[in-house]
Design a protein around this ligand. Structure first.
Ligand code: 7PJ
Length: 270
């Protein structure tokens, strides 16, 4: 899953032709590099970020999703928590809802049910503006798992079938480094819940905390994290750097295939 931010700090401004054209070219590049999904987000959910109005968010993402859904050979997902934006994005051709609030906003669950689209349910403790101030857990893996199970139950009760769900532990969303590391180390426990896991670690501050590197220099660390996540059962990786991640995942897949192969079939040179 390639990340396409259409927040004002990432593009000139939402809605105008320059922003749309830039977004389209960036998305086409990510698809050429091997992205299977393009995730379009118009709400900055970085730590400390202010909330954005529904109108602004819709104005940013809808024209981009419309252009992408018409021209890309892969599904377009919308990174939003707002039911009005979900509906407008679906009308514009989005085929996956990626919600960092796991359909907890008023009306979001009902919107997702009526749209009939698959949904990624992500765990977040608190809200982006304040979530990194004092994240607290007993057993972070158990608590994230219990939260995700409760959200699955809420979805099932509302008529959203389990086959339409993806789960995400929400790396960096109300979590300290130790919490993020525990979640990555014990990712297989979350994979056992059932729905496919989506994981986003690309360029995040946990990589900076481990390596001491600024955002622009976190690719090697992000590839290591992507490989570890894939080996632990993650099925979708949300990343900014598609081509290097695809290469890293090809190595993971090749080793996985060799692990499954019978010894008699070995012997190709290389
Ligand atoms: C995530 C996301 C993530 C899902 C963002 C960033 C922050 N959606 N949206 N999972 N992160 N599902 O990319 O640094 O980890 S925005």
């Amino acid at each position: 899953m390639g990340v396409l931010n259409v927040t004002p700090d990432s593009f000139s401004d939402g809605g105008d032709f320059f922003a749309r054209d830039t977004a389209l070219r960036r998305a086409e590049q990510m698809v050429a590099e091997g992205a299977d999904i393009i995730d379009v987000g118009g709400e900055s959910t970085r730590p400390g970020a202010d909330a954005v109005s529904m109108q602004d968010e819709r104005r940013r993402v809808v024209p981009v999703i419309e252009a992408l859904a018409r021209r890309l050979p892969v599904p377009v997902s919308v990174d939003t928590s707002k039911p009005e934006v979900m509906r407008a994005a679906a009308d514009a051709g989005a085929s996956l809802i990626n919600d960092v609030r796991a359909l907890r906003a008023p009306g979001a669950l009902a919107a997702a049910v009526s749209l009939g689209l698959p949904v990624c349910l992500m765990h977040m403790q608190g809200e982006p503006r304040t979530m990194q101030e004092s994240p607290t857990y007993g057993d972070v893996v158990a608590e994230v798992g219990n939260f995700l199970k409760a959200r699955i139950a809420a979805c099932l009760a509302a008529g959203l079938p389990g086959e339409r769900l993806l789960l995400d532990p929400g790396f960096g969303f109300g979590k300290r480094l130790a919490h993020n590391l525990a979640l990555l180390a014990r990712l297989p426990e979350l994979a056992e819940i059932g729905p496919p896991l989506l994981v986003g670690i690309s360029r995040k501050s946990m990589l900076g905390a481990i390596t001491g590197r600024p955002v622009a220099e976190r690719l090697p660390a992000g590839l290591a994290a992507a490989v570890l996540a894939a080996r632990s059962g993650a099925r979708i990786l949300r990343v900014h750097d598609v081509a290097p991640t695809v290469d890293a995942l090809k190595v993971v897949a090749a080793v996985a295939a060799a692990t499954a192969q019978a010894p008699a079939e070995q012997g190709e040179p290389g």
